[in-house]
Every structure is written in structure tokens, then in C-alpha cells.
Design a protein around this ligand. Structure first.
Ligand code: PSV
Ligand code: MN
Length: 429
């Protein structure tokens, strides 16, 4: 028996000599069926894990905080070299994170001039540059918006930054330029919602025209924060419409923290998949707003359901970018990142277990409880032994979190970065 834990109990052969009114052949049938099911589950899990790659955020290794302050970590990365080194460590432990998302203002302050340095770091660490994230929210000029600002000069400045970001992505051979707008307003009547839509459409069309053949523009929506009356790109419908208008290489990015309470995110995913407009995810969890909590820490069932929708569409894996967008203020940054990747792998493996053919039959016949249980079978299945088996067979540590602790990496960078970090409070990332 390959599987440990509860699987043995579920499918155990009866104790010889103890009769419970069943012929041995009945038990053999169950035993064999059980084994076949387990072996099918195992195959699906292994295949799913091989296909899952998750991008790390460079800002997730830096000292970040809440609106009220930061709790500094002595091991936090401050330079791009440190961020690449930390990402490489996570990749070595998980084997699933070969790319690092970069924020232009934080990671390439010299814009395109810094591209060669990034290429060198990629070659040294084995971690490639991932999505390129323009920064349209920190400059003082953006107080009333970036590409939706009523001032044409500021709109031009924002578009130029987006064009520079596309050029950076080309130089780094990055496929995705990921745009999040902080644009919006705080009070009714203070801005024209309609004119701002037109400015946004014009800007994104210009940026789209500069994309290379293999590049994509990912458009991220968010219903609140930093603006609290209206956000120019507030939900997936607006993002879809504006992306469609921008051109065929634009699609939608779903940040799991950017929804109102009670919104059915997997339904949004299903629609975007149907429209061939799902570009990628920013993964995190939340209890209240955009809390940046660890993926699956609050509602793992929702993440599982999102993965189930993705796996229900045979084309989704090739076109969907899986990225983490979390900045931990309390948890150790490396630890939290490894924990997130492992959680994503486990929930993805659970979704892979779902027998979607059988589920479709049950749904067609409206056998409600059986259909629900068919879905839940995946969620309750303990995938951890197979995930460990997958890791070992790929030369990875069976328990990446324990391996991180045993490696002494965090202690080493803490002592190397301590002196600098003790006195650095000012920068956000
Ligand atoms: C905004 O809340 C956001 O989700 C965007 O993706 C930004 O790029 C990122 O967070 C910055 O942390
Ligand atoms: Mn995000």
C-alpha cells in the first residue's frame, strides 16, 4: 500500500477470521476498487503538481507594513540582489517558483538601464524575471490619478511609464505586464467617472500597441483602496471591457483579495475562462479587505473551488499566470512564502483529485448531494503523502518548511542584513 494515514483505514482488508457477513470476494472487490481510485488520484496529483508554477513577488521579501506602520524584520531584503537570492531559496525548496515578479519603481529605479543587471541576477540565481509591474501609485503627481488624471501632462507621464515598463519586459523577455491602477476618487461629484473611462481606454490602447508579439497586458481590478468613493477599474466586468477594447493581447488579472465580501470568485473565474480573458491571479487570502494574508489561511475551500474551475477547462493552465501577491508584516517572509507555495500545491492537488467526468453526470442528473460530495471528495482527500512523494521523486525536500528551518538560511541573512535593517524604516519596499 503506497498511501499512508487515513487511506489505509478507508480501504483496509478485514481481519482474517472475523466474519461480518460478507464473502471475501466482496472485500477483494472493494479493496481493488479502492486501490484503483487511489492510483487514479495519485496520477492526477502528480500530473497537476508538474504543471503548477507559481510566481513570487519581489516585494514579498522586503519590509512592508500596514497603513499604521511596519514591523521590521532583520532578514528582510532591501536590494534586488537580496530579493533574487531569497526567491532562489524558495525555488530550491519547492521546485515550483522559477520566476520573480518585479515592481519597476522598487526593483528597477533606473528603468531600462537596470535590465542587464536583472538578466545577470537571473543567470546567477536560476530565477527568471516574471511579470513586470509598473508603478502608477507612488508619485506625488498621481494624487488625483495616473492614466485617469484630468491633467493631460500627468496622463502622459503615466503612459510613458507604462511604455517604459513594456520595454523593460521586452529586454527581460517577460511575457506579462501587469497593470494595477490606484486611480479613483473619494467623494461623489469630484471627478467625471465617464471622462476617466475614456482616458483610461485611450492610454491602454496606446500601451497595447507597443506590446511585442508574445507579450500580454494583464489588467487588475480592485473595488476599493486607496480610493473610497469610486475606483476607475473596480471589478472584473470593467476590467474585461477595458481589456477587450485595448486589444487581443490584454486580459484580466484576478487578485483574490480584491472582491467584496460574499462575491463568488470561482464564478468570475468561470466567466473569464469562457471569454478566454483570464490572464492570471494574484493569490492571497483575506478576512476583511485586501488583507494580504497567506493563501488558504482563512478560506481554503474557496481556493480549492477556484482551482477546480481552472482544471475544468483544459486550456486554462497554458494561459494562466499564477502569482502570489502577499506582503507579510508579522510572519517571517521566507517562511510565509514557502508556506504559501505548499498550500497552493496542496489545494491544487485536491482539485486535481475531483472526478470531473462523474461530476458532470451527477450534475446532469441533478443528483445534488452526490454531486456536492463528489466535489468535496477532492477537498477532503489527504493529498500530503502524494505531494511528499512527488517532491522526493523530483529531488526536493519532502517538507520544505522543515528544510528551510534546517538550512540556517534565515539566520544567515538575518546576521548579514541586520545592521542595515535595524536603521532602515523609510522605504516601503
Ligand atoms: C494592489 O493592492 C496590488 O494588489 C497590486 O497588485 C499591486 O501591484 C500590489 O498590490 C502591490 O503590493
Ligand atoms: Mn495584486
Amino acid at each position: 500500500m503506497r498511501f499512508a494515514g487515513n487511506h489505509i483505514l478507508l480501504f483496509a482488508h478485514p481481519i482474517p477470521g472475523v466474519s461480518c457477513g460478507w464473502a471475501d470476494s466482496n472485500w477483494d472487490l472493494i479493496f481493488n476498487e479502492g486501490n484503483q481510485t487511489l492510483s487514479a488520484h495519485r496520477d492526477r496529483i502528480i500530473q497537476a503538481l508538474d504543471s503548477l508554477r507559481i510566481e513570487l513577488p519581489s516585494w514579498g521579501f522586503a519590509n512592508t507594513g500596514t497603513r499604521f506602520g511596519k514591523f521590521l524584520q532583520l532578514e528582510a531584503a532591501a536590494t534586488i540582489e537580496e530579493k533574487f537570492a531569497d526567491a532562489a531559496q524558495v525555488n530550491a525548496l519547492t521546485g515550483a517558483t522559477p520566476t520573480l515578479a518585479l515592481h519597476v519603481a522598487w526593483d528597477l529605479p533606473g528603468d531600462l538601464r537596470d535590465a542587464n543587471k536583472i538578466l545577470d541576477l537571473a543567470a546567477q540565481t536560476g530565477v527568471r524575471a516574471g511579470s513586470i509591474n509598473p508603478n502608477l501609485f507612488e508619485s506625488q503627481s498621481y494624487k488625483f490619478g495616473s492614466i485617469c488624471n484630468p491633467d493631460p501632462g500627468i496622463r502622459r507621464m503615466a503612459i510613458d511609464h507604462l511604455l517604459e515598463s513594456v520595454a523593460i519586459a521586452k529586454a527581460l523577455r517577460s511575457r506579462d505586464i501587469s497593470v494595477w491602477l490606484a486611480d479613483g476618487s473619494n467623494y461623489p461629484g469630484t471627478q467625471s467617472i465617464r471622462r476617466r473611462i475614456e482616458w483610461m481606454a485611450e492610454a491602454l490602447a496606446e500601451v497595447h500597441a507597443s506590446l511585442g508579439d508574445d507579450q500580454r497586458l494583464l489588467v487588475e481590478y480592485k473595488p476599493f483602496e486607496p480610493a473610497f468613493y469610486h475606483t476607475d477599474l473596480a471589478d472584473w466586468g470593467m476590467a474585461l471591457l477595458i481589456a477587450r477594447q485595448a486589444g487581443p493581447k490584454a486580459c484580466v488579472l484576478v487578485d483574490t483579495g480584491h472582491h467584496y465580501h460574499g462575491q463568488n470568485i470561482e464564478q468570475i473565474v468561470a466567466w473569464l475562462l469562457r471569454e478566454k480573458m483570464l490572464g492570471g491571479f494574484h493569490f492571497n487570502d483575506r478576512r476583511y479587505a485586501d488583507d494580504d494574508l497567506t493563501l488558504g489561511s482563512i478560506d481554503p475551500y474557496q481556493v480549492f473551488r477556484i482551482f477546480h474551475e481552472l482544471l475544468s477547462d483544459s486550456t486554462s493552465m497554458a494561459s494562466t499566470a499564477f502569482m502570489i501577491d502577499q506582503s507579510h508584516n508579522l510572519k517571517g517572509k521566507l517562511e510565509a512564502m514557502v508556506q504559501t507555495v505548499c498550500t497552493a500545491q496542496e489545494l491544487f492537488a485536491k482539485a486535481a483529485v475531483v472526478d470531473r467526468e462523474r461530476l458532470a453526470t451527477l450534475q446532469d442528473e441533478c443528483r445534488l448531494v452526490e454531486a456536492e460530495e463528489c466535489l468535496r471528495e477532492g477537498f477532503w482527500f489527504d493529498v500530503r503523502p502524494v505531494v511528499q512523494e512527488w517532491r522526493s521523486s523530483r529531488g526536493l525536500p519532502a517538507d520544505p518548511l522543515a528544510a528551510l528551518r534546517a538550512s540556517g538560511y534565515v539566520e544567515r541573512i538575518r546576521s548579514e542584513r541586520r545592521e542595515r535593517n535595524v536603521c532602515s524604516v523609510a522605504t516601503y519596499a
